[in-house]
Structures are given as C-alpha cells and as structure tokens.
Design a protein around this ligand. Structure first.
Ligand code: CLF
Ligand code: SF4
Length: 522
C-alpha cells in the first residue's frame, strides 16, 4: 500500500484555521453514543456540540453531511456531466430506467443553461432545497467547462444554495483552484482503494495524458491523484466526503485501510455503500456475477471502521438527476417541458424565511425528543444483548408510518447503552392501490431479516402473521412516539421478558440489500 503523503499533515495543521478545524473534526472520529440523552454522536449524526461552529455552519443544512438535516432539507442534482475519464467495473451509464434510483442513472442530460433554469425552478418550488450537487452521470471534473459554468452562474443567481460536487478524483488536483473560486465547499471523492493492486481489479482503464492507461499503472495514477486532491482540498478548507463502494472479496477488508488513510488526510466523512450489480444493468461486475454485500456484511465493515474517519450511514445512492429529500425523488416534477410551463420566482427572502421556519421546527423536534427520552429509565447493567430494530417513519423522528406504506425502514441498533441509527433498508411497497400485495412480503421480510422487531404505526393481519412466523416481532404500540424512545422502551420490555423467562434471546440471521430503488413504487 502506498503511504506517500503529498502534503504533510504537519504542514496542514500549521495552515489556515479552517484547515485545523477540519483536521480536528476528522480526528475526533470515534463514536460516543448516549441514546438515553437522545444523541448518537456518530459521523453524520454529529451535532453542533461535536464540531467548531464554522464547520457546523457548512454541514447543518446539508442533507448528506448531517443525518439530522436529511429529514428536513433537500438536495438536487443536475446532470450536466455526461463524460467520464475512467471506467469502473460497477458502472454502465448506457443503462437508463426512469423508475430506478442509483448513481449514473439519469433521464435527461442538461446544458448549463437548462441546469440553471432547473435549479431556480426547484428552488422556488422547494424552498428547503439547500444543496445543488453535480454528480454525473459521468464525472463532474471530466466535464469541467459545463460543471464550472453551472456553478459560476448559480453562485451569482442563487447565492444561498450550497454547491457540492462528486468526482472520481482523477482530475481533482488540477481543478482545486477552480473549485475554491466558485465557493464549492463540499466535495465527494469516490475512493475504493489505497492499494493499486486492489484498484486494478476495480478499474480496467483510465484516460490520462491523452491516452488510455490500463492495469496497475492506471490504478497507481488514480490513487496518486485521489490522495493529492484530498490533501489539497483539506489544505484549502473544503469539506470532503469519501464514498467507497463495498465489493465483497475485492475491497471489503481493504476499506478499513481506506478509512484510516482518508482520515489522516482530513476527510470529514466516509460513506461506505453496497455494490449494486444486477446483471440487467450490464456492468462488468453484473455480467461476471460479482455479488454485492449482504446487510450484515455492509454493517460489519462500517462497524470495523468506527473510530477512524466519521461514517455516513444514511446515503440513498441517488440518481444523477435526483430532486428532493434523500430517499424521495421528485425529478419527474421538474422535466424540461414542465419547467418551461412554470412561473419561476427565485425569492431569496422567502426561501430564507421558510428555512428559518424549518430550522425552528427542527429545534423544537429535537428539544421534544430530548425531553421524551428523559422519561426513559437508564438501560441498566450491560448484559451484552444488542438487537436491530426496523422502523417505519415518514419523518418528524417518529414511528408514524403504516407498515404497508413503507418504501424503506430505518434501522436502529439498541443495547444497554442506547439506540443508534445504523442505516436503512429499501423495500418494495406492500400496500398498492389500497390492498396488500402478499407476494411482496418475502422480499420485505428478507430486507429486515436481521431485525428482532419492526416498529410501525399500524399493520394488517397478514403481514403481522408473516413477520411473526419469520421471528420478527411486529410492534404498533409505540405509534407516534419518538423513534429512540420507542426503541428503548421496546428494548427494556424485551429484556424484562427475558428476565422473566418468557423468551430466550436469539441472534438473528442476515438480511438482503435491495438493489436500487424503484421510485415509481414510492
Ligand atoms: Fe449530491 Fe453527493 Fe453532494 Fe449529496 S448525494 S453530490 S454529497 S448533494 Fe448524498 Fe446521494 Fe449518497 Fe451522494 S445520499 S449518493 S452521498
Ligand atoms: Fe461511472 Fe462514476 Fe466510475 Fe465514471 S467514475 S465509470 S461515471 S461510476
């Protein structure tokens, strides 16, 4: 593995204060969980008390950088970057299904002019849209003219919107000046390896210096550019997030090294995502049978990385033209023909006023949750029992969704120390057209099969029986309670049942990760 430091960390620490703040925040790493106080201080779940105010200003309403913010604020992507300068074995941009959500998928490619119109239209319709990202469908920095033209205009025409870009990093070092020029203060770099021997199994070629480079040499160049680009961004005070695709048998164990290396270089967050490799997508991995990880494999790698770079666990693997809150996609409402027919009024004051209201609601919700959690008795002595719970929620931090209406479940890990959000699972909608689709049940059960219980606001008899038969307890008695409070209350009762000898704690099995999300079903 290459440990070459292109900019010494010591030099970075002596740099601007923003730089030291990023490094200190990255270095704080770790994860202190105190579910009883309502705080799961872990990576993107961190709050203002976990970081300097300047950094909090940058992340507080960015739905990807703050787990809490993603319940309140939306992002959008504009697909102005069709070309790519490398080939990843998990990517095929020719495949497009408008009903599917996963990176690289897009329905309409845009010119910068169209993109700016679209952003202004969305900003006027969705005032809580705070972040504009360019994330493909190719690589943002392999299309620098279109990417920076879009950012330049938006910086002038929509000054309150945070600018964000996602790149494979190959062209990054040469573009850092321009990134800073347009106040792009959030950059995601996809880094799947820090060892070119691993990299050559993921990248068949890169386009570099006017030629196609293959094999180990390609991976070495890419690695060098990624590390240098990350260090340069840290040195300039830009917040960075690292996305890594977990590919079982290729980089699963290696991602621990990736986590440590990017932390050393100041990465703010590390987002470990499951490989999507359905054969029908036509990717190299899909066609050669490379499987993605199971839910427990993904969680095991994420857990092993705790204590290194802070982890993001709420990524929804968005389309390159996604619009809306993470997990929802409203891109259909903003096609070019629909935008033409809209009356677009970008009103900065109105947006600010709306966002102040959103922020006030968020604070009130947070305070109510903390108060509610004070009523929950302490967890007692640690008996080593830890369980996963699936939760159906449509927002406000509460158990407030009918089982049949869930297109995803939030997953909480609960033990004597507290309740911590650890991810989510996409599922196919059970209730369609007012009726339960029983053939969907096995796949829903499969997606939460590692959970001991599912917390819902309501559930019908048929799914109740099927879940119970699978060993997953359906629970609707905490409807409209805050999630953490409900989780801790259920867990306390669960331990009491064990203590009374009514049941024996059994470990659960594994669960299946749903490949992509079919947005039409939502
Ligand atoms: Fe988009 Fe990415 Fe910016 Fe977010 S997404 S460019 S950082 S605004 Fe977010 Fe979507 Fe996951 Fe990306 S949930 S795929 S991490
Ligand atoms: Fe596809 Fe992105 Fe890889 Fe390019 S960098 S091949 S767009 S996944």
């Amino acid at each position: 593995m290459s440990n070459t430091a292109f900019v010494s960390i010591g030099d970075l620490r002596r740099g601007r204060s923003a730089v030291s703040q990023i490094l200190e925040t990255a270095a704080s790493g770790g994860c202190s969980t105190s579910g009883g106080a309502g705080k799961a201080s872990c990576g993107s779940s961190a709050g203002p008390e976990d970081m300097p105010p300047e950094i909090w200003e940058k992340v507080k309403n960015h739905p990807c950088y703050s787990e809490e913010a993603h319940h309140h604020y939306a992002r959008m992507h504009v697909a102005v970057a069709p070309a790519c300068n490398i080939q990843c074995n998990y990517c095929n941009r020719k495949y497009d299904c408008s009903n599917e959500s996963r990176p690289g998928v897009v329905s309409q490619k845009l010119t910068p002019d169209q993109a700016v119109k679209k952003v202004l239209a969305v900003a006027s319709e969705i005032p809580q849209m705070t972040v504009l990202g360019i994330a493909g469908p190719g690589d943002a920095l392999a299309n620098p003219k279109k990417t920076f033209e879009t950012f330049r205009r938006l910086q002038e025409e929509a000054p309150d919107i945070k600018l964000c870009l996602s790149t494979n990093g190959l062209a990054l070092p040469e573009m850092v000046d321009e990134i800073c020029q347009y106040n792009i203060d959030h950059v995601t770099i996809t880094i799947n390896m820090v060892d070119p021997a691993v990299g050559e199994k993921i990248y068949p070629w890169i386009f570099w210096d006017h030629r196609r480079v293959t094999g180990r040499e390609a991976a070495e160049i890419l690695h060098r550019q990624q590390m240098r680009g990350l260090e340069m961004l840290t040195a300039r005070g830009v917040l960075t997030k690292i996305n890594s695709v977990l590919i079982p048998g290729i980089n699963d164990e290696h991602l621990y090294d990736v986590n440590r290396e990017v932390k050393k270089r100041g990465a703010f967050l590390h987002n470990i995502m499951p490989l999507i490799s359905e054969a029908e997508h036509g990717t190299h991995f899909g066609l050669t049978g490379q499987r993605g990880p199971t839910a427990q494999e993904l969680k095991a790698v994420q857990d092993a990385c705790m204590g290194g770079a802070n982890l993001m666990r709420h990524c929804r693997q968005c389309r390159a033209d996604a619009v809306g809150l993470l997990g929802e996609d409203r891109s259909d409402e903003f096609t070019l023909d629909k935008i033409e027919a809209m009356e677009v009024v970008y009103d900065l004051d109105k947006r600010r006023a709306y966002q102040q209201q959103v922020e006030a609601e968020r604070q009130a919700q947070h305070a109510a949750k903390v108060e509610a959690l004070q009523a929950v008795p302490a967890g007692g002595a640690d008996d080593g029992i830890a369980v996963l719970l699936a939760v159906a929620t449509e927002g406000h931090g509460k158990v407030n969704q009918h089982f049949g209406h869930a297109t995803e479940f939030q997953i909480y890990e609960v033990n004597a120390a507290g309740a911590t959000f650890v991810g989510h699972r996409r599922v196919d909608l059970y209730c369609q057209g007012g009726y339960g689709e029983d053939e969907q049940l096995p796949s829903i059960v499969g997606a939460i099969n590692d959970c001991h219980a599912v917390l819902v606001s309501k559930i019908g008899a048929c799914p109740r029986d099927e879940l119970t038969a699978a060993g997953i307890e359906p629970v609707d008695q905490y409807a409209h309670e805050f999630i953490e409070k409900a989780a801790l209350s259920w867990f306390a009762a669960y331990r009491e049942r064990i203590a009374r000898g009514e049941l024996v704690h059994q470990p659960r099995g594994d669960a299946r990760i749903r490949q992509g999300a079919f947005t039409a079903a939502a």
